[in-house]
Write a protein that binds this ligand. Structure first.
Ligand code: EPU
Length: 421
């Protein structure tokens, strides 16, 4: 177990390069199971979640090489099982994409129920609804999902009762090589949904409409190999924008798609932060006080739930009272008690946090309760007076590539230390 020892109060200056998108990478790597040829996938972030999914794919019989520059070369021709039930599968959320991938490849799948961050209930009923519409018989027993078909997956129309990134992606993967046309209505529109569709289309799939709420997938018999580069990580970019706004200073966040960050940059401007957009970079400057704002998380193109903890950390020192409403997950405010240890004044009532801005946070021993909460606590430590010890870094390591190196490159003061037993 590692911890960060953070000395707060230093403005951030300089340039930082954003890595490839975690949530696109984990979907694309799983979807590569459909390709019986060599895929070269570039701009893959070297993070724990990616290492875990690659290890699971190796266990299934895939040949996988990860290069230091973030290029993954993989070949799933010799995949020899439809069962993914190892301990690793239970550790991460995105392992549920193996359901769609193995169903698409073999017409059957047996996959352990996934793990991942704890935000209250994380049902997969919409994934199952989609697979059943496509002819699969699905049962959940003994911690595993068992899905079988008589003659492979068959295209159908699926209306999502709730906008779900995971279900949209899983059904898209399962439909890529199904017989006939699948239409997903009320689909998620997140950038990584579009990135996955682009990857599959590069490899020979026929998917139209990704990025809108109706996606049409005409099944193809075979996919071919090729080279594909993953989009930059929207949430990592947003985290650096908020960190720079929190600490003050002047930072150029490079390798971003500014359009993906519109909801975040618009809020930062409202909060008195200077934003300058370029083709593939955003400059963020803050010299005055942060001002209050109200934020509601929503599916894309709304404000992302994965930026909610970071923005709450920033609003904790704003002038005035802000309200942040979490409209995607039932229980994503566990980290608030940690922020309060640092002097934040926040009360949570159901899905809404009311944040009374305080002049300063003060350093304290705190912990990460999940991935984005960990990023928020790190930002809080960077802007606090004094020293913060942030524990449970395993969450941050799952999703941010070289986080401390990138922050230290901007002038942040933090060191990783081993915790004493
Ligand atoms: N939902 C259902 N039934 C389902 C699926 C989802 O009711 O079958 C509900 C969920 O309970 C939630 C809402 O729908 O209330 C949205 O869930 P979604 O399926 O969109 O989430 P996810 O696919 O499990 C992905 C990201 C999360 C991110 C959410 C929302 C991955 C691996 N994870 O999760 O990312 O919060 O979309 O944008 O892509 C993170 O990166 O830190 C992270 C948690």
């Amino acid at each position: 177990m590692d911890k960060f020892v953070i000395t707060g109060g230093n403005p951030l200056h300089g340039e930082v390069i954003v890595s490839g998108a975690k949530n696109a990478a984990v979907a694309i790597l799983a979807a590569a199971v459909l390709v019986e040829d060599t895929c070269v996938i570039e701009n893959v972030p070297i993070i724990k979640d990616v290492k875990v999914i690659l290890e699971i794919l190796r266990q299934l019989g895939a040949e996988v090489q990860m290069q230091e520059n973030g290029t993954v070369v993989m070949n799933c021709s010799n995949l020899n099982t439809f069962e993914a039930t190892s301990d690793l599968v239970r550790k991460m959320r995105a392992s549920y994409y193996l359901l769609g991938a193995l169903l698409g490849r073999f017409g059957k799948a047996q996959v352990s129920l996934p793990g991942g961050c704890d935000f209250g209930g994380r049902p997969i009923d919409q994934h199952i609804k989609g697979f059943e519409a496509m002819g699969a018989m699905v049962k959940v027993e003994h911690g595993n999902v068992y899905a079988t078909t008589v003659e492979g997956m068959k295209g159908n129309s699926v209306y999502m009762d709730k906008v779900s990134v995971g279900a949209t992606i899983n059904i898209m993967i399962a439909a890529t090589k199904a017989q006939g046309m699948t239409i997903i209505e009320n689909a998620a529109k997140e950038p990584h949904v579009v990135d996955l569709a682009n990857f599959l289309n590069y490899m020979g799939a026929n998917i139209k409409g990704a990025g809108t709420d109706v996606i049409k997938i005409k099944g193809v018999d075979k996919l071919h190999g090729g080279t594909y580069s993953i989009i930059p990580d929207q949430i990592e970019a947003g985290t650096f924008l908020v960190a720079a706004a929190a600490c003050g200073g002047d930072v150029l966040v490079k390798n971003v798609i500014p359009k993906h960050l519109d909801a975040i940059t618009a809020k930062l401007v409202e909060m008195n932060v200077e934003i300058e957009e370029m083709d593939d970079a955003i400059r963020v400057k803050r010299s005055g006080k942060i001002t209050k704002a109200n934020v509601k998380t929503l599916p894309y193109p709304g404000f992302p739930t994965d930026m909610q903890p970071q923005i709450v950390a920033l609003l904790s020192v704003a002038e005035g009272t802000s309200m942040v409403t979490e409209d995607v997950w039932d229980n994503r405010f566990q980290y608030v008690s940690e922020l309060k240890r640092m002097g934040a004044q926040i009360s949570v009532n159901g899905k809404t946090a009311v944040i009374e801005g305080v002049g300063n946070l003060t350093g304290a021993p705190v912990r990460s309760t999940d991935l984005r909460a960990g990023a928020a606590m790190l930002i809080a430590g960077l802007m606090a007076k004094g020293t913060t010890e942030l524990q449970n870094l395993e969450h941050i390591d799952r999703g941010y590539e070289n986080f401390e190196q990138k922050l230290c490159g901007l002038g942040a003061q933090l060191v990783r230390e081993k915790m004493e037993e």
